[in-house]
Design a protein around this ligand. Structure first.
Ligand SMILES: Nc1ncnc2c1ncn2[C@@H]1O[C@H](COP(=O)(O)OP(=O)(O)OP(=O)(O)O)[C@@H](O)[C@H]1O
Length: 312
């Protein structure tokens, strides 16, 4: 194992009956990076995390977290990481403060002053009973307990749930500080915009398989680009149908919005068969590349029966 890997999985697989929730996952998360684990609902993100934390057993494959085998080293792994589960269960009769004190006692080595600092930064109300909390405040308690012992690795399952934009900003600052400290963040999300803002690299998972791992800046560089045309007269709706580089062409009379990748020349050549009066291009948009990987929204079962499981 590479010393620089905080998480490494090899052929990690979990099946539930006929369903391969996670299918042959090969993943490397490096020490000191913020890694975004991105995929729509049901893609296999939580199942992966639960295997890494030994909450469920892999059907096959192996994995190490902080160099430790996920089965043999599970106790030490839990001690050394901070974890925010997707379905955080809290005792409703305790206040936020009592809840955090309880977690801190279980862990040991937590500075109360640091807990206060985190609570203040996130604007968490620790005085009320957890049962009376909003989703956002519950999430803040979950984040504080994950961060409070300054773990080497943070594993966060959908951490943004219920956080308002200002708190999200603070939370992202906290993630960057963890990275600047040489520690690692593994962040699962189905929201591209969240991951795009904060992650160094992303892995996109779909139907239990990793379809791409890439640096965010590189994804942006190679992402789908957009040209908006205005023509002198209405153009046929299939004007770009033969252009291989074109992903989508939305043509409405004299206006055409075209997304493409690769060379722009064939796109322009097709457009120039008509009189162009205006042309604007837009920067690469990660949302579009994300959609490229998710173009097929059919379920695995349907995809298997129609053979429509194409990832571009
Ligand atoms: N205990 C289980 N028994 C049966 N199927 C399960 C179980 N846990 C998860 N699954 C299925 O495995 C697939 C992956 O689920 P998982 O929760 O890992 O997805 P996810 O990417 O985390 O999505 P979400 O954001 O909705 O939590 C889904 O089809 C889910 O229904």
């Amino acid at each position: 194992m590479n010393q620089a890997d905080a998480i490494r999985t090899s052929g990690l697989t979990k099946t539930f009956g006929d369903l391969a929730a996670v299918n042959g996952l090969d993943l490397e998360v490096r020490v000191g990076e913020i890694f975004g684990f991105l995929g729509p609902n049901g893609a296999g993100k939580s199942t992966t995390i639960r295997m890494l934390l030994d909450q469920i057993r892999a059907t096959s494959g192996t994995a190490q977290v902080l160099g430790l085998d996920i089965r043999d080293g599970s106790l030490e792994i839990r001690r050394r990481i901070g974890y925010l589960p997707g379905d955080l269960a809290l005792y409703p009769k305790l206040t936020g403060r009592q809840t955090l004190t309880y977690f801190a006692r279980l862990r040991g080595g937590v500075s109360p002053a640091y807990v206060d600092e985190l609570a203040e930064r996130l604007g968490a109300d620790l005085t009320r009973k957890v049962g009376e909390y909003s989703t956002g405040n519950r999430q803040k308690i979950g984040l504080i307990q994950a961060f409070m012992h300054k773990p080497e690795l943070l594993v966060l399952d959908e951490p943004n749930a219920g956080l308002d934009p200002l708190v999200q900003q603070t939370f992202h600052e906290m993630l960057r500080e963890v990275r600047d400290d040489g520690r690692t963040v593994f962040l699962s999300s189905h929201t591209l915009s969240e991951v795009e803002r904060v992650a160094d690299r992303v892995g996109i998972i779909r139907h239990g398989r990793l379809v791409v791992v890439e640096r965010v800046d590189e994804l942006k560089r190679t992402a789908v680009r957009r040209l908006d045309f205005e023509f002198a007269a209405p153009v046929p709706t299939d004007l770009f149908a033969q252009v291989e580089q074109v992903h989508d062409a939305d043509i409405d009379g004299v206006h055409a919005r075209v997304s493409y990748d690769g060379s722009v020349n064939p796109v322009l050549q097709a457009a120039m068969t008509h009189e162009v009066v205006n042309l604007s291009s837009r920067d690469a948009d990660l949302e579009e590349i994300f959609l490229t990987y998710y173009r097929d929204t059919t379920t695995p079962e349907v995809a298997a029966s129609t053979g429509a499981d194409h990832v571009r």
